[in-house]
Design a protein around this ligand. Sequence first.
Ligand SMILES: [Ca+2]
Length: 314
Amino acid sequence: MSSPAPVPILFDTDLGTDCDDAIALAFLARDPRCRLLGVTTVNGNVRRRAALAQGLLDLMGRGDVPVGLGAADPLGEASSTMPVGIVAREPRGKVADDAPSAEDVMVEVLRGATDPVHVCGVGAFTNVATVLTAHPELHEAVAGVHLMGGCLGPYGLIPGGPLLPAIPDFNLNGDPLAAAVCLGLPLPLRLVPQDVTNVLVLGEDDRAAIAAAGDLGAALDEQMEGWVSFLRSRSDDPDVAHVRLHDPLAVVGVVAPDVETRATLGLSVHGTPGNALLAKSSTGRPTSVVRAADAAAVAYELVTTIAGQPQPTA
Ligand SMILES: [Ca+2]
């Protein structure tokens, strides 16, 4: 039996802050079930984020994937309570002075698509909201929109640990207006909220397996160590300083939906930038919302794709 055709994917990212964007990008670039058609960057220094994405693509021999520069600022009011900038330093690839915009890349990919494309947004939702609102004629080329962000209820810091009250998350609060726009798009929407992903801690063995995957593994490990060190510098709580699989779940779930369970809910955005949360809403459009995920299954997908099949022990 032949394998199903790979799934076309556009990846919109704030790569360079949390290291999990880099892990998600590595999965998309290497997994044979995925056909990565474009990468676009969002939030703050989008040129530097693009250079970091280009550096990883070059390492993976995927310099063919177009990288576009997206919105530095949100559609609505900027939040002063989300101060995290770019943490990762390497690897940086070359981004031309006349590099395409995120809109250029997304529009060209969607216009040329022979099969509907999955649009995955794992940073603030500004680019996704802007492009899909400006180009309703391209909606027929979109198979679905997948967004990582929002917090819909209590969350844990570590598996089996106590639950903490819902807090404003980075992506939704990077642009709450864009989040509200995306919730209203007339397209199939899957949302991967932080209350589910936060407890998806990458175990030490799995991290070591990724780190051992050649030059790519070394680059990912440098980003993982940089991010964990940054978290340590901000909190004395040892439960805070871990690699968490927020964005990786958003992309793994596109091609391996068995790693998660979903519920169909109406949602709305409440609160001001910096304090915005998701809430269930009887008037919200039906959204496929991830409500639980199997951390071991997600990690297995990542490790086998990025580092290859585990070798049997002698
Ligand atoms: Ca991200």
